[in-house]
Write a new protein. Structure first.
Length: 252
């Protein structure tokens, strides 16, 4: 081995710990201040400890916050996850989120019930259906509310993902400006808009299950379902999606 080669090996060894430390400096914060019932420190089937573990495996620090969303509570965070909120965000919190994304922050939102997040979705120019999507394709165990999603747009989160499963997803609609649909149901899916449990042609469409967009230097992704990342449903495909989500959240 030449002196030059030995020198390069020493440099690589010295730099390796610094690289690992840099990755570990990325922080993903989970919001616990809006009535969320499924959290990262719970080990039950509907909890999010598995998702937290996947994010840690991506080299990031994971923490939870019980504080209202603000510039102060987001200080030091690189990404924020809002999963299964049951209480609405205030306008001040939404403005803080926008500033966070403008600075480069990433925000991932998963809906359990859509109405509490109506004001946030409106700010992101996203509308939601008045009920959950029912499928006629790729249905899981004969339950139309549970189905596999296979139609993807161009987004890093879905790279090399063949499908993922949802369990009661709200249909999303991106407005003319801002976000875009990045994952959709089949065109045979429907939402019971009339409420008579009869599928009609005007209720049938390909509904967005995930919408993504950019805000300043950062951006967001909104999923119409929060079950897909709960411990019980982290099968091989959903876990692959979680790994891609983690990589996106910690990317610069």
């Amino acid at each position: 081995m030449t002196c030059f080669t030995r020198l390069m090996c020493i440099i690589v060894l010295l730099l390796a710990p610094l690289t690992a430390a840099a990755d570990a400096s990325r922080t993903v914060l989970f919001d616990n201040s809006h009535g969320e019932r499924f959290v990262i420190d719970g080990e039950g089937p509907l909890q999010l400890s598995g998702l937290a573990g996947v994010i840690r495996s991506a080299g990031a620090r994971v923490a939870a916050s019980d504080e209202a969303i603000s510039d102060t509570s987001l200080q030091g965070a690189d990404a924020l996850v809002i999963s299964g909120a049951f209480r609405a965000l205030s306008q001040a919190e939404i403005q803080a989120l926008v500033r966070f994304m403008e600075r480069g922050g990433k925000v991932a939102v998963m809906l359990h019930i859509a109405p509490p997040l109506a004001t946030l979705l409106e700010r992101l120019n996203i509308r939601y259906t008045n009920g959950v999507v029912q499928e006629n394709s790729d249905v899981i165990d004969g339950e139309p509310l549970n189905f596999r999603v296979r139609h993807f747009g161009d987004h890093a989160i879905f790279r090399s993902v063949e499908s993922f499963s949802v369990y009661g997803a709200w249909g999303l609609m991106a407005g003319a400006t801002g976000g875009r649909s990045v994952a959709e149901s089949s065109p045979q899916a429907w939402v019971d808009i009339v409420g008579d449990k009869v599928q009609r042609s005007e209720e049938t469409a390909a509904f967005a299950i995930a919408v993504a967009g950019n805000v300043g230097k950062g951006g967001y992704i909104v999923f119409g379902d929060d079950a897909l990342f709960q411990n019980k449903f982290l099968d091989e495909n959903n876990k692959a999606l979680a790994a891609n989500l983690a990589a996106w959240l910690v990317s610069e």
